[in-house]
Design a protein around this ligand. Structure first.
Ligand SMILES: NC(=O)c1ccc[n+]([C@@H]2O[C@H](COP(=O)([O-])OP(=O)(O)OC[C@H]3O[C@@H](n4cnc5c(N)ncnc54)[C@H](OP(=O)(O)O)[C@@H]3O)[C@@H](O)[C@H]2O)c1
Length: 182
């Protein structure tokens, strides 16, 4: 099962200059809670912007370039085996097709080009709706058509004290069964 997870501003924007638009602590905690223990898939630019493999997750970086990944210790500091790994995938569409057939939920974590390519394969969207529009943005999330997606879950509206911005967690489930399955 393929899920996309993104923080999306009121105008659909998600990034600028290879950075997130805002640092919202509550959203970063939510992202960690939802994705830890799962596979996360990201574009090469998003990986570079994060700067390290996300711990406690199987990281897959989509890229056609030669990238070097850091060595990940086999054991965590507490002596238990590491559950962090990182690998590269060159054929994103083939990867999506193979993941689509599996029960396991995997998370596409951005950025813009990866969300766009994966959108028609997605079964579920975890959207942090940010009730603000940035001054500048260069990367956008695909439009969510209400005929194809229904709200499965929505949180209360929170306020980020640092930025004084309201945000809300919404989970959409695909209603349109015509999503690409093969
Ligand atoms: N708001 C959010 O939730 C959120 C989440 C994540 C990222 N972002 C933001 O999104 C922006 C980055 O997005 P982006 O679109 O510029 O970059 P991106 O999607 O992160 O990465 C693009 C790169 O991914 C690789 N790629 C893309 N499609 C591919 C395919 N079909 N097959 C193989 N490789 C493929 C290419 O790497 P190579 O050039 O190496 O081949 C491409 O240059 C940043 O501003 C980031 O902060 C926002």
């Amino acid at each position: 099962m393929i899920s996309l997870i993104a923080a999306v501003a009121a105008d659909g924007s998600i990034g600028n200059g290879n950075q997130l638009l805002w640092h919202i602590g509550g959203d970063l905690q939510y992202f960690k809670a939802v994705t830890t223990g799962h596979t996360v898939i990201m574009g090469r630019k998003t990986y570079e912007s994060i700067g390290r493999p996300l711990p406690g997750r199987k990281n897959i970086v989509v890229s056609r370039s030669n990238i070097e990944f850091p060595l990940i210790p086999k054991y965590k500091k507490d002596g238990t085996p590491s559950n962090t790994s990182i690998e590269k995938a060159e054929d994103f569409i083939q990867l999506l097709k193979s993941l689509k057939r599996k029960k396991e939920e995997v998370f596409i974590i951005g950025g813009g080009s990866i969300y766009s390519a994966a959108f028609n394969y997605a079964d579920r969207l975890y959207i942090t709706r940010i009730f603000a529009t940035p001054e500048k943005a260069d990367t956008f999330f695909p439009p969510i058509n209400q005929n194809e997606w229904e709200v499965a879950n929505s949180s209360e509206i929170f306020t980020d004290a640092e930025n004084n911005i309201d945000y809300q967690f919404i989970v959409y489930q695909r209603t349109d069964k015509r999503s690409k399955t093969k």
